[in-house]
Design a protein around this ligand. Structure first.
Ligand code: CAA
Length: 384
């Protein structure tokens, strides 16, 4: 077994680290306070090739592997999880879904600008619309209907908790076309945001990842051309599950980044902060916390890289991505909470960053499948 990261992968990690420090850190507290979408950062990430990392260069992507994606996601997430979720959704839910299952015309028209994060100098990103007011974990209970009208579908319904809801130009919408067939009567459509009948609700006022925009999206008699359906009739639920398995690697590495960001800040603080006559790192109570953080983070990183390597090498990654996600997100929540504790009163104020990381960590246990859903996936797989 080889744990060596290649020179190219190291360069990508360094580029992401530099980007996070130089472009994401300035203003990260203000963007969080003001719920300001990191548009400038996303545009620059697009220029650097980070918005379509695994997309074929023929379609404007960087043609990199999933391991490189995990390394980049960790670095960006250490500093700015609002930016990294936008990057994750665009890369692994939207671009990957179209690349893997879309036809040539769909790739030509949509994948190329999505992978570049821009079109004609304007932001151009995607969103993945599966969740509904009554279909979150229970994703087969889709109420959004796409009625087959011959050469087009007529789309009606409401989606909620949509990351990039207000900023995306392209939506991948999962909808029911034949309720009698249950999960086999679900399809996925590419819907352009400016299609008549599409309405975006105001941004949710959230606990964490406040820079990212999360909205509901309503569809009223939206005409979707037949050529915008991805895959065979009835493929939509499998599309969602397969795409989410890769998405969970992105969120697992986001959680890993939040944890390692909180750990690095705690380590630096413990080295300089003095109490009872010595730096607090010399107190065993603090040292043990740091030791546990480092151990759990190392395990998370290995799990993320294992899931990425499974994907890159054509192995089934449903199990390893769910395991990486549940473990990394629980590590992020625990580590960020302990980071606030190590910082004491300073940890409770915004300037020290760890309170934001603690708030940002929580969502990693919820989106792209809650920790409970990951345990369902893991349980079903190991019991097969
Ligand atoms: N790959 C391929 N097919 C799969 C699959 C996979 N990984 N998982 C399930 N399927 C297939 C099943 O084989 C089954 O097919 P057949 O009917 O042909 O046998 C079909 O899909 C239905 O599967 P289940 O019977 O297992 O479905 P279920 O109702 O029991 O649900 C679940 C399973 C795992 C709980 C699933 O509903 C799930 O993953 N829920 C969570 C959804 C989720 O992650 N939501 C997050 C929203 S997106 C988001 O957060 C994005 C964002 O903006 C950040």
């Amino acid at each position: 077994m080889d744990f060596i990261i290649s020179e190219e992968q190291q360069m990508i990690r360094q580029a992401a680290r530099d980007f996070a420090k130089n472009e994401c850190l300035p203003g990260v507290i203000q963007r969080d306070e003001q719920q300001k979408f990191p548009k400038e950062q996303i545009m620059k990430l697009g220029e650097l090739g980070f918005m379509g990392m695994m997309v074929d260069p023929k379609y404007g992507g960087s043609g990199l592997d999933t391991v490189s994606y995990v390394l980049a996601m960790e670095e960006i997430s250490k500093i700015d999880a609002s930016t990294s979720v936008c990057m994750s959704v665009n890369n692994s839910l939207v671009c990957w879904g179209i690349q893997e299952f879309g036809n040539d015309a769909q790739k030509e028209k949509y994948l190329t600008p999505l992978a570049m994060g821009q079109k004609d100098g304007e932001l151009y990103i995607g969103a993945f619309l599966l969740s509904e007011p009554e279909a979150g974990s229970d994703a087969t209970s889709q109420k959004t209907m796409a009625e087959d009208r011959g050469d087009h579908y007529l789309l009606n319904g409401t989606k909620n908790w949509i990351t990039n809801g207000a900023s995306a130009s392209v939506y991948l919408v999962i909808a029911q076309t034949d309720p009698a067939k249950k999960s086999n009567g679900i399809n996925v459509f590419i819907v352009e945001r400016d299609t008549p009948g599409v309405e975006v609700a105001p941004k949710e006022n959230k606990l964490g990842i406040r820079g990212s925009d999360t909205t509901s999206v309503m569809f009223t008699d939206v005409v979707v051309p037949k050529e915008n359906r991805i895959g065979e009739d009835g493929f939509g639920f499998k599309f969602a599950m397969k795409t989410l398995a890769g998405g969970r690697i992105g969120i697992a590495s986001q959680a890993l980044g939040i944890a390692s960001g909180a750990y690095e800040l705690s380590l630096a603080y413990a080295k300089q902060r003095k109490a009872f006559g010595k730096e607090i790192m010399h107190h065993q109570a603090i040292q043990f916390k740091l030791a546990d953080m480092a151990t759990r983070i190392d395990a998370s990183r290995l799990m993320c890289l294992k899931a990425a390597s499974d994907k890159d090498n054509g192995r089934d990654y449903t199990l390893s991505s769910s395991m990486a996600k549940v473990f990394s997100s629980e590590t992020a929540m625990w580590t960020a909470t302990e980071a606030v504790q190590i910082h004491g009163g300073y940890g409770f104020v915004k300037e020290y960053h760890v309170e934001r990381l603690m708030r940002d960590a929580k969502i990693t246990q919820i989106y792209e499948g809650t920790s409970e859903v990951q345990r369902i996936v893991i349980g079903r797989t190991i019991l097969k």
